[in-house]
Write a protein that binds this ligand. Structure first.
Ligand code: 4AD
Ligand code: MG
Length: 475
């Protein structure tokens, strides 16, 4: 019999045609003759209730007495039966079983996921089983929908998705936060395959003798393609060797980086605002059940909050204005651990204050002091600030960082000199300014931060399937 997924069963009408479902048991209870259990197959948040009446011949045949104890939370089962209107309030239909097969048991004395609610810390230790919980199932379905919405948005605007490399020799952010790539230690190579071992090669400085790293950003590669294909984006994993144990930092995270030719910072801000709204709308429309769960269990009010963002116009202020707002707050008695001062980077407490207390929503901050931003940002006429833009949101702070790029060869070279960057290392990047240079802009969105924002999940480790943090890289 063809199997139907639970999501489809739950929206089907009662009928006499036999149906088949497969999945994992979430809960079970029994009374004298009746056995109830719920199975979930990940197609949606809900589980379908299966009912067996063991007082009938059919029910007794479907479930032998000896099989009853094997119906445990976590066991995998295949059920056949018919859909019947449910007397319960929680679901419209339930499955009256005529055949039940336990495929794989999950002994209750050793299966770690019992019915009670587990802490996210505990679930991180069993990362191989946590997808079977309601919360992680919901996170993964929302994450999937968001990824598709991101592609839809850029594709509909005629962008080309460019697959940028993971191994690279250049530090796109100039911040020195890179993981170096090496081959196995010499002894291991020699042992595994002596013929691969060549005298005179420094294997600790691979790639083929030249130091190489895991990419921190695909931006510079994207600029190469934007100055040919006009509008492109990347969507892939990026790496930061920052030892920050916070709820918003990962060593490996996914980034989306659009890059657009003939586009200044104001066009860049419009693109980013339209982009965020498109993704939020898609999730609100297509993940209603999962989002209702986050609203009820994780972040009360999040549905309204996200809808308000979709309907709003983002506030746009300069960095100088942001500092003035923070100073005005201090004058009114607000206290910060780090005193805001012009020239210093905004701290997360400052971002929180601006988005939650002053502007009550997303804020785009532009024109930062050049000292606190990357070498490639376009210098303003004042010679002090650059056309960078960060998007800050309530609860999280920065989710997007971007800028108009410096397209003038002489200005870029002078800036690199100031920062002691070797132009030799970026000869190809400078060529883009030598040949057919054009004003262009782009930004990077941290995918996991946006998922946190949308779901209300507190810790970034809980919105990625396998978090890579200083202490966690097991599988
Ligand atoms: O602000 P960042 O460092 O900007 C860039 O990498 C630019 N090259 C982007 C561009 O213009 N194309 O990073 C961009 C975003 C941040 O706003 C943040 O959301 C996220 O990436 N991010 C991280 N997310 C999780 N863990 C980390 N360690 C992150 N570091 C940055
Ligand atoms: Mg940034």
């Amino acid at each position: 019999m063809k199997r139907t997924r639970v999501k489809e069963l739950l929206s089907s009408s009662p009928g006499t045609t036999p149906v088949s479902a497969k999945g994992w048991i979430r809960t079970k209870r029994e009374s004298k003759d009746l056995v109830f259990f719920e199975i979930n197959d990940g197609s949606c948040l809900s589980a379908i209730q299966v009912v067996v009446d063991r007082s009938t011949a059919e029910g007794a045949q479907a479930l032998a007495k000896s099989d009853l104890p094997r119906l445990q939370t976590g066991a995998s089962v295949a059920v056949e039966g018919t859909l019947v209107e449910s007397p319960g309030k929680n679901q419209a239909v339930e499955l009256h079983a005529t055949s039940i097969q336990v495929i794989g048991e999950a002994p209750s004395d050793s299966y770690p996921l019992q019915k009670k609610r587990h802490s996210f810390e505990f679930l991180r230790e069993i990362a191989h089983l946590r997808p079977r919980t309601n919360t992680f199932g919901a996170v993964m379905r929302v994450r999937n929908r968001m990824a598709m919405a991101i592609h839809e948005y850029f594709q509909q605007l005629g962008f080309t998705w460019v697959h940028t490399p993971i191994i690279t020799a250049s530090d796109a952010e100039g911040a020195g936060e890179m993981f170096q790539v090496t081959t196995l230690p010499l002894e291991k190579i020699a042992k595994a395959d002596p013929s691969r071992f060549k005298e005179g090669i420094d294997y600790s400085r691979d790639f083929f003798g030249k130091p190489s790293y895991l990419t921190v950003s695909g931006q510079l590669n994207a600029e190469i393609f934007a100055t040919a294909l006009d509008r492109v984006y990347t969507f892939g994993p990026t790496f930061r060797a920052e030892n920050s144990n916070t709820s918003r930092h990962l060593a490996e995270f996914w980034m989306i980086e659009p890059e657009v030719a003939f586009c200044d910072i104001s066009c860049n801000m419009d693109l980013a605002e339209g982009f965020l709204k498109h993704v939020l709308q898609a999730v609100l429309r297509d993940c209603a059940e999962d989002m209702a769960f986050f609203d009820a269990r994780i972040q009360p009010g999040i549905l309204n909050q996200l809808q308000e963002v979709v309907d709003s116009t983002f506030t746009r202020i300069t960095y100088t204005q942001a500092i003035a707002d923070l100073e005005a707050g201090m004058a009114r008695g607000v206290s910060f651990d780090y005193k805001p001062s012009w020239g210093a980077d905004l701290q997360s407490e400052h971002e929180k204050y601006l988005t939650e207390e002053v502007y009550h929503g997303p804020v785009i901050v532009t024109d930062y002091p050049k000292e606190i931003k990357a070498f490639y940002m376009k210098l303003n006429e004042d010679g002090k600030t650059v056309r960078g833009m960060d998007i800050l949101v309530p609860r999280l702070g920065e989710i997007i960082g971007g800028s108009e790029r410096e397209e003038r060869l002489d200005v870029l070279e002078a800036r690199m000199k100031e920062l002691s960057l070797d132009p030799q290392d970026y000869w190809w990047y400078l060529d883009l300014r030598r040949f057919g240079t054009v004003p262009h802009s782009g930004f990077g969105l941290g995918f996991e931060r946006l998922i946190q924002y949308v779901t209300g999940m507190q810790n970034i480790r809980d919105v990625i399937p396998f978090p890579r943090t200083p202490k966690n890289a097991e599988f």
